[in-house]
Design a protein around this ligand. Structure first.
Ligand SMILES: [Zn+2]
Length: 180
């Protein structure tokens, strides 16, 4: 096989022919849409709840919490941390879309447990710019859940802070442990 300079080598061609994960998303979505049924719901969550959770790939919130499509708002970030942007989403969730309850879910083996604010300093050294955000790393999982509940309960923007509960999800057993 001849290879012209403006063509990829056979190896590169083979690589580019291999579907990427996003290519797989696109084909999986075509299959999904074949049997997809519009439930006719509007944007307000049926169960009037917002869940704030870590982005961890082992945390399947819908299965773990018995949620159905349309039931809940799900707000996820690294650590399931209550940042200003989390409060922004919760405020919209409650004031514009009618949710009342908030569940916070951290988990064992979280990637943030091994990090410190050194991450931020090292990043600044590397790129020459200090990030606007805090890493929000923590060493005390239960303590961080309590801190997150406190941030939610003391937010002046939220309408409903009487049903705020926090949990640690165990990635090995699949069980939630409530933090009081
Ligand atoms: Zn995590």
């Amino acid at each position: 096989m001849t290879v012209t300079p403006d063509r990829p080598t056979p190896t590169a061609a083979a690589d580019s022919a291999r579907p990427t994960i996003i290519d797989r998303f696109v084909s999986a979505n075509r299959e999904y849409a074949v049997t997809f049924q519009d439930g006719g719901m509007d944007a307000r969550p049926v169960q009037k709840i917002a869940v704030v959770a870590c982005m961890d790939a082992r945390l399947d919130l819908f299965a773990a919490l018995g949620l159905e499509l349309g039931d809940a708002h799900v707000i996820r970030n690294a650590g399931g941390v209550v940042t200003d942007d989390t409060i922004r989403s919760l405020t919209i969730s409650q004031r514009a879309l009618g949710t009342r309850s908030i569940a916070l879910i951290h988990h064992t083996g979280c990637g943030l447990l091994g990090l410190t604010e050194d991450f931020r300093r090292e990043l600044e050294l590397e790129v020459g710019q200090r990030p606007q955000w805090a890493v929000e790393a923590f060493v005390d999982l239960d303590g961080d859940v309590r801190q997150s509940m406190q941030r939610v309960r003391t937010s002046p923007f939220l309408l409903h802070t009487d049903d705020v509960r926090g949990f640690v999800f165990d990635v090995h057993t699949g069980l939630l442990r409530e933090i009081k």
